[in-house]
Design a protein. Structure first.
Lengths: 294, 363
C-alpha cells in the first residue's frame, strides 16, 4: 500500500481504492443483498405489493422441505456431487503422484499439456462431445460392440451416470493440480525410508504420501464439489429425463416460474450446502483457510 | 545378528557416466566399515546399491552370501539412515520408531512397548509422544537410529547422517554411533567425506575417488601407509614433492625434486626412472636439531606460523611456491621468528613415501 501511495500519490491511489470499493459493493455485495431481501419476501402480484401480505417470511426456504420432488433433487445433487468428487480423487491421485514423483521432466510436460488442452475448448462443446460419445448409437458403444465386449448397445446416459461421467471429466484438473502440488513437496527420501523399512506400496501411500497430500486433497475436493453442485451445463446436457440437478430447479424458478423470491431462497440453500461442505472438509482434513488459499 | 557384504566387481553406469567402476571388496559381519571420499566419488551410489534402491550395471552384491539381484529395498536385511534422516513429520516419535514393526503386522501395544524400549536405549524415553518437529537435531538423529534398529537389520547403512549437526554434537554422536554399533553387533556401513569421522569410528575404511576404490585398510594404515597419491593427499595434510625416481634399493628409493634429492620409502607401483610424488606429513617434518640430524634436509626461509593451541603450524618457503609445512609443539622460539629467517627442515626416510603420481600428475 505504501509503495502504491508513493508511486501514484494520494489522489490517484484514493480513486483506485474507491473504484475497487464501488465495483465490489455494486457488482458483488449489492446483488447478494438484494437476493437476500428477495429470498425473505413472498412472490406477490403487483396489486398486493405494499399490502399486509407483503411482509418478511422464511416461507421460501421451507418450500424445499415441503416439496418432495425438490428435496429429492437436492439430495441427488449432494450425492451426485460427492460421488463425482470421490471419483475425481480416485482418478487424479495416481495421475498426480505419477506427475510429481515418477515422471521425467519431459513426460510431465506432455502429460500436463494433455490435461490442459481440452480446456481450450468451451465447456458446452466439451460436454456435448461426451453426449455424442455416450449416445446409444455413439462411438463408445460402437467400439465395444466391434471388439465383442457387448452384444447390444448400453444406455449410458441413464439416471445420473452421464452427469457423473461428464463432471469427473470436466473437473479433473481442479483435483489433479492441488493434489500434484501437495505431493510435489513431499521429500522423496520419506518414500524411500518407508520402503527401506519394508513398507508395501499400499502402506507407503496410506501412511506417508496420503497424509502429506491431505491439504491438497481437501482443496481439490472443495473445488470439485462446489463446481459440481453449482454446475448447470453438464446436467442440462448429460442428464437423463427425470434426473434433474438442483441448479436446474433454481433456473426454473427464476426464468420459467418468474419467481425470483423462491429462486433466491433456493440459491442460498445451495450456497449453504457448499459452505457446509467446505467447513466439513476443513474439519475432517484438519486444514485451515490459509492452506486452502494456497 | 549381523551379516557380511560382498561386492563382486560391481560397476554402476548412469548413461555414459561410470559412477562406480569395478569395485570389489568384502565387509565383514559386525564390522564398522566406512566409505570415504569427496562428493561424486561414487560412495553414495554404492550405499544405494547395497540398500537396493538401484541395481548394479555389472557385478553382484551378496549379503550374508545371498545374491541380492532382483531383491527390493523392502525385502533386504538392511536399514538405511538418510542424510536428512527422512523421519515422518506427521507421526509422533514412537510411531516413527515403530513404523517398521507396523509394516510387519506387529500388534499396536507390542510395537509401542518395543518403540519405548528402543527410545530408552538412545536416551529419548520421555519423547515417545512428541512430534519430530519438537526435537533437536541430535535427538532426531537418535530417533532415526532407533527407527532403523527397530527392524533388527543385519546391516545398517548410514549416508553422512552427521553432516547437518554442529561440531560438538557431531563428535558426541560419533562416540554414540560407535557405542551402539559395538553393543548391537550389527554391520555398519558408513558413508562420509569427513576423514575425521571415518578414521575415528571405523574398523576399516575404503577410500574412493572417481568411482574407483583406492585403498581398503584400517584407519592407521590409511593415514600412515597410503596406497595411492590420492589417499595420501585426501586424508590428512602432506608436503608433496614431485620428481623422478633415480635409485631403488629394497623398500627405499631416491627421488630427485626441485627442493633437493631425498631418500624415502617406496610405495607399490614405483620403479626407477618414474615420475613420482613424495609425501611427508607435517608432523614428520622436523625443525631445529631434529632436522639437522635427519637424513633428508631442506633449507628454506621462514614464512609464517599459525598458532593452533597445543601445536603450531610453521610455513617455510619463498613466494610463488607451495610453502613447506611443519607441525611442531607450541614453542615461544618458533612464534618469535621473523619472516625470511633461514630454516632447516628435515625428515627421516621412513617418514616419507614415494607414490605413483596417478591422477594427481598434473597438479
Amino acid at each position: 500500500m505504501k509503495a502504491v501511495l508513493s508511486r501514484y500519490g494520494t489522489t490517484l491511489t484514493g480513486m483506485m481504492v474507491l473504484a475497487t470499493f464501488i465495483w465490489l459493493a455494486v457488482m458483488v455485495v449489492l446483488p447478494y443483498l438484494v437476493m437476500v431481501e428477495f429470498s425473505f419476501r413472498p412472490n406477490l402480484l403487483p396489486a398486493d405489493l405494499g399490502t399486509e401480505k407483503d411482509h418478511l417470511t422464511a416461507d421460501n426456504y421451507g418450500t424445499l422441505f415441503r416439496n418432495t420432488i425438490h428435496i429429492n433433487v437436492f439430495i441427488r445433487t449432494i450425492w451426485g456431487s460427492a460421488l463425482a468428487t470421490f471419483l475425481c480423487l480416485c482418478v487424479s491421485y495416481p495421475v498426480a503422484y505419477f506427475l510429481a514423483k515418477m515422471a521425467t521432466a519431459k513426460q510431465a510436460a506432455v502429460l500436463l499439456l494433455l490435461l490442459v488442452i481440452p480446456f481450450w475448448i468451451n465447456e458446452i462443446l466439451r460436454t456435448f462431445a461426451w453426449f455424442i460419445i455416450l449416445a446409444y448409437n455413439g462411438p463408445l458403444n460402437g467400439v465395444l460392440q466391434m471388439f465383442g465386449f457387448i452384444d447390444k448397445p448400453i444406455r449410458w446416459i441413464y439416471g445420473s451416470n452421464g452427469v457423473i461421467a461428464g463432471m469427473v471429466y470436466a473437473y479433473i484438473v481442479f483435483m489433479v493440480f492441488p493434489v500434484y502440488n501437495a505431493i510435489e513437496t513431499l521429500d522423496r527420501n520419506q518414500i524411500e525410508a518407508a520402503r527401506d523399512l519394508g513398507a508395501s506400496l499400499w502402506r507407503i501411500h496410506a501412511r506417508v504420501v496420503l497424509p502429506h497430500a491431505k491439504p491438497g486433497i481437501a482443496v481439490g475436493c472443495i473445488m470439485v464439489f462446489t463446481a459440481a453442485a453449482g454446475s448447470y451445463i453438464v446436467p442440462a446436457i448429460l442428464g437423463a429425463p427425470g434426473t434433474r440437478w438442483f441448479t436446474e430447479i433454481i433456473y426454473q424458478w427464476f426464468f420459467e416460474g418468474q419467481n425470483w423470491q423462491q429462486g433466491s431462497a433456493y440459491a442460498f440453500l445451495l450456497l449453504a450446502l457448499c459452505i457446509a461442505f467446505v467447513m466439513g472438509m476443513m474439519r475432517v482434513f484438519k486444514v485451515g483457510l490459509a492452506d486452502i488459499a494456497k | 545378528m549381523s551379516q557380511d557384504i560382498a561386492l563382486e566387481t560391481v560397476t554402476k553406469k548412469f548413461g555414459d557416466f561410470t559412477a562406480v567402476r569395478e569395485v570389489a571388496l568384502n565387509i565383514r559381519a559386525g564390522e564398522f566399515f566406512s566409505f570415504l571420499g569427496p562428493s561424486g566419488c561414487g560412495k553414495t551410489t554404492i550405499l544405494r546399491m547395497i540398500s537396493g534402491f538401484i541395481e548394479p550395471t555389472q557385478g553382484v552384491i551378496r549379503i550374508g552370501g545371498q545374491d541380492m539381484r532382483g531383491i527390493g529395498p523392502n525385502k533386504r536385511p538392511t536399514a538405511l539412515i538418510f542424510q536428512n534422516l527422512a523421519l515422518f513429520p506427521l507421526m509422533p516419535v514412537w510411531q516413527n520408531v515403530a513404523f517398521g514393526l507396523e509394516v510387519r503386522g506387529v500388534a499396536k501395544a507390542v510395537r509401542r512397548k518395543k518403540a519405548e524400549e528402543l527410545l530408552a536405549t538412545v536416551e529419548l524415553a520421555d519423547s515417545a509422544g512428541k512430534m519430530v518437529s519438537d526435537l533437536s537435531g541430535g535427538q532426531r538423529q537418535r530417533v532415526a537410529i532407533a527407527r532403523a534398529l527397530a527392524v533388527e537389520p543385519q546391516v545398517m547403512l548410514l549416508d553422512e547422517p552427521l553432516s547437518a549437526l554442529d561440531l560438538k554434537l557431531r563428535q558426541h554422536m560419533r562416540a554414540e554411533l560407535r557405542r551402539i554399533q559395538k553393543r548391537t553387533g550389527v554391520t555398519f556401513v558408513y558413508i562420509t567425506h569427513d576423514q575425521g569421522e571415518a578414521l575415528t569410528m571405523s574398523d576399516r575404511v575404503a577410500v574412493m575417488s572417481q568411482g574407483v576404490l583406492q585403498q581398503v585398510a584400517v584407519p592407521m594404515d590409511i593415514y600412515n601407509d597410503p596406497a595411492t597419491a590420492f589417499v595420501a593427499s585426501f586424508v590428512g595434510e602432506s608436503n608433496v614433492f614431485a620428481g623422478r625416481v633415480t635409485e631403488t634399493e629394497g623398500g627405499t628409493g631416491r627421488i630427485e625434486t626441485e627442493a633437493g634429492s631425498f631418500v624415502a620409502r617406496l610405495g607399490a607401483g614405483v620403479s626407477r626412472g618414474d615420475q613420482a610424488l613424495l609425501f611427508v606429513r607435517p608432523e614428520q617434518m622436523h625443525l631445529g636439531a631434529a632436522a639437522e640430524a635427519a637424513l633428508n634436509r631442506i633449507h628454506a626461509p621462514f614464512s609464517h606460523a599459525e598458532f593452533e593451541g597445543n601445536f603450531v603450524n610453521v610455513f617455510c618457503g619463498t613466494d610463488g611456491h607451495k610453502p613447506l609445512m611443519s607441525q611442531t609443539r607450541s614453542d615461544p622460539g618458533v612464534l618469535a621468528l621473523t619472516p625470511g629467517a633461514p630454516m632447516t627442515l628435515g625428515f627421516e626416510s621412513a617418514d616419507g613415501v614415494i607414490l605413483p603420481a596417478g591422477e594427481l600428475a598434473r597438479e
